[in-house]
Design a binder for this molecule. Structure first.
Ligand code: ADP
Ligand code: MG
Length: 811
């Protein structure tokens, strides 16, 4: 071992700060290189690569060839505008996703200059001494100089799913997971030099499409297919009427552009990405777009108690000793926390105990730790073996009082070792119950002189402490909010039943439902558990491994389950949950398994994220409704006028304009609407955003637009010139869109001003298009009179009336 230390020119005390500086400038940072995001130019140019754009380009050339310079130029301009819109959307989502990366930094615990410190893993350098704990991701390639039963999952390197045991002088690799035990190691390789760095080369960010993205793109494809057929049909029909081929081609292509919802996937991604960004600002780091979608429909939140619902600022409040000195010895030595300038590094329970006993004047310097059976949430206790000047080693244990008590045979009554009688046992449990009733977390202490066996049996019990961990202030309000929103809150804890009950009642999580313990749960059959699962509000003394069963059963009941966790043992349940939530201070293994990381470890933040998720869900519905009904409206209008043997009511340039209004300001702002007033007062919406009802409503809206436009166009062709009739039909169709945008808006006051702004802007431009002579030439419009406007507004308002009716009939 000292070989290794000298080989890397370091010592067990760690490097000095100046040495660290020197090595960092020599070896660089401990980072894996990532593929660079697309350059701006590439992103912009990519916008042009698109079938519709290609066809538009051909149309533009054709127009130029037949001398129609204006149309040709306008079509080019439309291509450019579409590209700019698409570019802005993609650029913004790329930025939003990039920003998220900066929120998740990996940290390591190192010893430098004999001091233990927490640093960002990228600042690790060769020769650093790293301390590894259960749940850590190994931050670099290391060789161990100390190991307590270290078990490492390195399946990503070896394919071997069984955790490997690692001893002194063994190598552990960057990005493997510490499943149990703890260790110290010397950094031997960093960054791209590590095994993972060499294998992976560049790290590629994988991006998978969410079910909603798939749905929307499928809907888009169906619509495209239908519109292409209609366009081909229109092309043939117009040709057969003897209309010149170039004009017909331009019309057909522009119609396709207006009828295909090509902007939809981009707006969807942007909305989700901006939602992620918004959530990140309120401390909820969502790792995948998918989870933004799922969050909005969450029906149950299963939350840890300690640290999520409570402060995790632990203080010993009560104690009960048979032998205070011995308890103090155990408390200080069977403890892995360190107090560094009043700041606790390590487990908060350990920290509270250390703080409490540290004041004692005893000096335990002569004790040396030789072994540890680490704390494990399944066992709920830990033990350490120490040697000292005395002939035999001692085993010191602390943990859940009933577990420690069950492993104890004696008590140490101020030096008198007595057998534990049923009376003594009852008294200790009574004391435990009293402390737990006051919502205290109770820890029991015991020891023994080591005999031949290295076990935790026949211990000598020495006392109890009760630790207070007050509930978070915001938690009670957030619980209430969930209850109003139809979201069930379930508390899951490894803590004692009575403690759990006391805290759950304080937070109003425990109302009319049941409390169940892990061992009771174990005895239930799957059927029995299914029966009562929805009545259970508190799980106490559960093992993390049981969380999996809780998630599975709730999911089988049809719930969308969010589950929190922080340890290695929680990782499978986090993966299984609809939304796995890890805490910012949780283990890296849990964070990796999770869909969302709550930076401030706060239950209220989860609820905030759900609210944000609901808002995003609503906004997606808004612009899908808006855009798709326009697409359908345009197609149906063309079909209608063809059936009536009328000319096409819109010129190509008008169709391109309709397309820009549709993808432009009103649509964009619909994705940014504020939350509905009742957003957290209504039941969760699960299932499909694009369900039958929504699709029916979209279809009806499209139909209303088509009937109105066709009808007015038919009437206008009887009483005025073709240009006038087309101008009225075109304006009517645009006004339909603007009214439809109003239909889709949220009832919140928050951000609708953007929407109103977008609508007013579009209206103004429409007026300019009709009345400015130069624009009249481009758009082939003509001035229309007040009577026409009245007809337009009255007809267009049918879409608002129909929406109101549908609100009542199609719920
Ligand atoms: P939770 O996070 O739900 O409070 P834990 O798994 O952290 O549950 O703790 C479960 C039980 O394990 C505690 O009630 C306590 O009895 C025991 N325990 C927790 N931390 C320690 C510790 N540092 N040392 C000894 N026992 C502990
Ligand atoms: Mg805990």
């Amino acid at each position: 071992m000292s070989d290794i230390l000298s080989k890397f020119q370091t010592s067990a005390e760690g490097l000095s700060e100046s040495e660290v500086q020197k090595r960092q400038s020599k070896y660089g940072l401990n980072e894996l290189e990532e593929k660079k995001p697309k350059s701006l130019i590439k992103l912009f140019l990519e916008q042009f690569i698109d079938v519709l754009n290609g066809l538009l380009f051909v149309a533009s050339i054709a127009a130029y060839a037949v001398g129609d310079i204006i149309d040709s130029a306008v079509i080019l301009l439309a291509i450019l505008l579409n590209a700019i819109l698409g570019f802005i959307q993609e650029y913004r989502s790329q930025k939003a996703v990039e920003m998220l990366k900066s929120f998740t930094t990996q940290e390591s615990i190192v010893r430098r200059n004999s001091k233990i410190q927490k640093i960002e893993s990228k600042y690790l350098t060769i020769g650093d001494i790293v301390i590894l704990e259960e749940g850590d991701k190994v931050p670099a390639d290391l060789i161990l100089i100390e190991s307590n039963d270290l078990k490492v999952d390195e399946s990503f390197l070896t394919g071997e799913s069984e955790p490997a045991s690692k001893d002194i002088d063994d190598e552990v690799h960057m990005d493997s997971n510490i499943i149990s035990g703890n260790a110290e190691g010397v950094v031997t390789k960093i960054g791209m030099e590590t095994a993972i760095g060499e294998i992976a080369g560049m790290v590629q960010e994988e991006s998978e499409d969410t079910p909603l993205q798939n749905k929307v793109s499928k809907l888009g494809k169906v619509l495209s297919f239908i519109s292409i057929i209609v366009c081909v049909f229109v092309f043939i029909l117009e040709l057969s009427k003897g209309i010149p081929i170039v004009e017909t081609f331009m019309t057909a292509v522009s119609l396709a552009v207006a009828a295909v919802p090509e902007g939809l996937p981009a707006v969807l991604t942007l909305t989700l990405a901006l939602g992620m960004q918004q959530m990140a600002k309120s401390n909820a780091i969502v790792k995948r777009l998918l989870s933004v979608e799922t969050l909005g429909s969450c029906t149950v939140i299963c939350s840890d108690k300690t640290g999520t619902l409570t402060e995790n600022k632990m203080t010993v409040r009560e104690s009960y000793f048979f032998n205070e000195n011995k308890t103090s010895l155990i408390g200080v030595l069977c403890n892995n926390a360190v107090i560094n300038n009043d700041e606790i590094i390590g487990d908060p329970t350990d920290g509270a105990i250390l703080k409490y006993f540290n004041n004692a004047s005893d000096d335990y310097g002569s004790y040396k730790r030789v072994n540890e059976i680490p704390l494990d949430s399944n066992r709920k206790m830990m033990s350490c073996e120490y040697t000292c000047s005395e002939e035999n080693n001692i085993i010191l244990s602390k943990g859940a009082p009933e577990i420690i008590l069950n492993k104890s045979k004696y008590i140490d009554d101020n030096g008198n070792i007595k057998i534990i009688t049923p009376e003594i046992k009852e008294m200790v449990l009574k004391k435990t119950g009293e402390m737990a009733n006051d919502a205290l977390r109770v820890i029991g202490f015991a020891y023994k002189t080591k005999d031949s066996l290295d076990d935790e049996e026949n211990l000598i019990f020495t006392g109890l402490v009760g630790i207070i961990d007050p509930p978070k202030k915001e938690a009670e309000k957030a619980v209430k909010e969930c209850q109003n929103a139809g979201i069930k809150v379930v508390m899951i804890t490894g803590d004692y039943e009575i403690t759990a009950k006391a805290i759950a009642s304080e937070l109003n999580i425990l109302t009319t439902g049941k409390v169940i313990t892990g061992s009771e749960l174990e005895k239930l059959s799957d059927e029995e558990y299914m029966e009562i699962v929805e009545d259970i509000e508190v799980y106490a003394r559960v093992k993390p491994t049981q969380k999996m069963r809780i998630v599975e059963t709730l999911k089988r009941k049809g719930h969308i389950v969010s589950m929190t966790g922080d340890g290695v043992n929680d990782a499978p349940a986090l993966k299984k949950a609809s939304i796995g939530v890890a805490m910012g201070n949780g283990t890296e293994v849990a964070q990796e398994a999770a869909d969302m990381i709550i930076e401030d470890n706060n239950f209220a933040t989860i609820v905030k994220a759900v609210e944000e998720g609901r808002k995003i869900y609503d906004n997606i519905k808004r612009f899908v409704k808006f855009q798709v009904s326009t697409n359908i409206g345009a197609i149906l209008t063309i079909i209608g006028t063809s059936l009536l043997n009328l000319p096409i009511p819109f010129t190509p340039v008008q169709l391109l304009w309709i397309n820009i209004v549709m993808d432009g300001p009103p649509a964009q702002t619909l994705g940014m609407e504020g939350a509905e007033k009742n957003i957290m007062k209504r039941k969760p919406e699960t299932g499909d955003i694009l369900n039958k009802k929504v699709l029916t409503r979209i279809l009806i809206s499209g139909l209303v637009m088509a009937i109105g436009t066709t009808g007015v166009f038919l009437y206008q062709t009887q009483i005025s010139t073709q240009t006038k009739a087309m101008t009225v039909a075109f304006t009517l169709f645009v006004i339909y869109q603007l009214f439809n945008a109003l239909n889709c808006k949220s009832d919140s006051e928050e951000s609708s001003k953007y929407l109103y702004l977008g609508i007013v802007l579009s209206l103004l431009l429409q007026i300019l298009i009709i009345y400015i002579p130069q624009l009249q030439i481009i758009f082939k419009t003509t001035a229309i009179g007040i009577a026409d406007w009245i007809m337009i507004v009255i007809t267009a308002s049918t879409i608002i009336i129909v929406e109101k009716i549908m609100n009542r009939m199609i719920k």
